[in-house]
Ligand binder design. Structure first.
Ligand SMILES: Nc1ncnc2c1ncn2[C@@H]1O[C@H](COP(=O)(O)OP(=O)(O)OP(=O)(O)O)[C@@H](O)[C@H]1O
Length: 274
């Protein structure tokens, strides 16, 4: 498996190919007898310009991995790079700036500001950072996401799918090196969910973005280029060009600790299909 076999001293060498990397990434919560090892010496390479999905049973470490790669949480041991910047060891203020300038986030709850219209929500992170939006790029994002005629609407005047599209546009607007999406379809009906997945796909294929998505849904993961499977804080497998059926089958294997039981600890189901 390429992640496990990856070189162990990546330095700056792979920064062109990889948007993020981790070596020996370990995260422990608590101490003494109550210690939880959420990540256990994870090696991972996130390829630029690709759509990577992270799957695994509840509690397997998906969110922790995303948070550590995105500099939202600090590692207990190991190293993390964003491009050629090692983020392990950065101070809080430096991490805040790095997240603001180089990473886009999409969460299950869209986190839109209710008093601002769609256009204002989309450029809010840049406005806060005092950055001048690249209007041509922002226009391209808005048109790609089909939001042109919704820009003056406030979140309450938009459907769930439209709100998630605004959240998607906000994540893309500053043209970040890497977009992290945590269950981006979790609150949506299957049609709106499919739309959002289609837009993330377009962000990668047409806008050249890099996306990492945490999901429980094999149907959602099927939109990615590569699925990483986590179990007990380790990457235990990966799958290129996934289909929903193949992902579901693989999940059943891991969830059952090798037993092929469909109802074990995974709380996702086959969800929406392509
Ligand atoms: N702040 C915390 N304090 C203590 N333990 C934590 C904390 N955050 C996560 N954990 C533990 O770390 C492990 C991994 O959690 P994590 O949230 O990364 O899993 P997950 O795969 O994202 O789960 P889910 O699919 O349920 O969201 C779990 O055992 C969890 O209980």
């Amino acid at each position: 498996m390429s992640t496990a076999a990856a070189e162990h001293a990546p330095g700056r060498a792979g920064a062109d190919r990889f948007a993020a990397r981790a070596r020996g990434l370990t995260k422990a919560y608590g101490s003494g007898e109550t210690t939880v090892l959420a990540l256990d010496a994870v090696d991972v390479d996130i390829a630029r310009g690709r759509f990577t999905a992270v799957m695994g049973p509840s509690g397997s470490g998906k969110s922790t991995l995303m948070h550590c790669l995105a500099g939202l949480d600090t590692a207990s041991a190991g190293q993390v790079w964003l491009g050629d910047t090692e983020i392990t060891g950065l101070k809080d203020r430096e991490l805040t700036r790095l997240r603001r300038d180089r990473i886009g986030f999409m969460f299950q709850s869209f986190n839109l500001i209710p008093t601002l219209n769609a256009a204002e929500n989309i450029t809010l992170p840049m406005d806060i950072a005092g950055q001048e939006p690249d209007q041509q790029w922002v226009d391209q994002v808005i048109d790609t996401l089909g939001l042109r005629d919704r820009l003056k609407h406030r979140p309450s005047q938009l459907s769930g799918g439209q709100q998630q599209r605004v959240a998607c546009a906000r994540a893309l607007a500053s043209r970040p090196e890497l977009i992290f999406a945590d269950e981006p379809t979790g609150n949506l009906d299957s049609r709106a969910g499919l739309e959002v997945l289609g837009f993330l796909r377009e962000a990668v294929d047409e806008l050249g973005q890099t996306v990492v998505m945490v999901t429980h849904d094999p149907g959602a993961a099927a939109h990615s280029d590569l699925v990483l499977f986590l179990a007990d804080g380790r990457i235990v497998d990966e799958m290129e060009r996934p289909t929903a059926e193949a992902v579901l089958e693989r999940m059943r294997l891991f969830a059952g600790g090798g037993r092929q039981t469909p109802d074990a600890t995974f709380d996702g189901t086959a969800g929406h299909e392509d």
